[in-house]
Write a protein that binds this ligand. Structure first.
Ligand SMILES: [Fe+2]
Length: 332
């Protein structure tokens, strides 16, 4: 037996169960030559255990992210009811994803490392918080973040959809990523104004990933960062990273929302765990033109920050206080 197969199998079984895979469904486990075979076997066995008809599709590992799978693989995935995507590199933002989801296939990305897969599979408490977060954000008109470090920013949701993730896929066309448990939306591009003190996790791909030691002070006007106070080392890193793209859209608000997984930790650095971090408030700038967010910004860059220790009010009601969910909302 491969090392860790039993642990990986137990997590895969949960992902399969929460995804409600049924005996009469067609399942594709999609992977590549770079993936740990124990993980692949875990998903194949878990899916087969439901009585579903399971097919393994394996390609040669692509050399970088965002390259489309081979056409034959895309055809097989579009013909399936459920896909477990175990590719080494993410390919979410490609036309292939749209082709597959638009055919009614539901697809679960399994991009996290094996430790995270074992540690943070879908559970009832995540599913419950995901439903609660969705209900709260679907009523959201105004989203205001404040903090002792000087953040006071007001955003609107407008007519933008709410996107939530709990690590499973349970309806046709659904997309989710195991271990990335959050709620988010893309504020209309001109509907964010205020001061934003970036104090928390910073993911500036591909070069920089760090937790700030002091706040990076910025100003956001009409949905754009109009000023970065480049007064310390981390602030200069951020300022230079933004400038390097030479694209005005690098400064445009992309999404905001919050994490719902108390099992996610800040160390070691892991963007998926950070965005899942319980009551951490995500705020991102750059490209956001994916169907789940219905954003309009096309951009080469996308940065993610998770603000720690902030207050969040939705429609004037306190949701997060000093980095913890207020009780009684179904989020704690
Ligand atoms: Fe993001």
């Amino acid at each position: 037996m491969e090392p860790r197969f039993p642990e990986l199998f137990l997590s895969a079984k949960k992902a399969v169960a929460y995804s409600q895979v049924k005996p009469d469904e067609k399942v594709v486990v999609f992977t590549d030559s770079g993936k740990n075979t124990a993980t692949v076997d875990a998903f194949f066995t878990a899916a087969a255990g439901t009585g579903a008809d399971v097919v393994l599709v394996k390609m040669q590992t692509r050399d970088r992210p965002l390259r489309e799978p081979p056409a034959a693989a895309v055809q097989a995935m579009a013909a399936a009811d459920v896909v477990f995507d175990l590719a080494t590199h993410p390919w979410l933002y490609t036309q292939a994803t749209n082709t597959i989801l638009n055919s009614g296939t539901r697809m679960l990305q399994v991009f996290v490392d094996d430790d995270t897969l074992v540690k943070r599979p879908p559970e009832d408490f995540i599913a419950r918080r995901e439903r609660a977060a969705r209900a709260i954000l679907e009523r959201c008109e105004t989203f205001r973040i404040t903090s002792p470090y000087g953040t006071d920013i007001l955003m609107e949701r407008g007519d933008r959809p709410v996107h939530t993730q709990g690590g499973f896929v349970d309806h046709p066309g659904d997309w989710d990523s195991l271990g990335v448990n959050l709620a988010a939306f893309a504020p209309p591009e001109n509907k964010a104004n205020g001061k934003l003190a970036l104090y928390g996790t910073m993911y500036l791909p591909p070069q920089h990933i760090f937790i700030t030691e002091e706040p990076i002070m910025t100003v956001v006007e009409e949905g754009r960062i109009t000023h970065v106070e480049a007064n310390h080392r981390e602030a200069r890193i951020f300022d230079e990273w933004l400038r390097r793209w030479d694209d005005p859209n690098s400064y445009v608000i992309a999404h905001t929302g919050f994490g719902i997984d108390h099992r996610a930790e800040l160390h070691p650095p892991d963007p998926g765990a950070w965005e899942s971090y319980m009551a951490g408030v995500n705020i991102a700038f750059g490209g956001n033109n994916i169907p789940q967010l219905a954003g309009k910004t096309v951009c080469q860059s996308h940065m993610d920050c998770v603000l720690l220790g902030v207050d969040l009010e939705i429609n004037g009601q306190k949701i997060i206080e000093r980095g913890s969910f207020v009780s009684g909302l179904g989020l704690d």
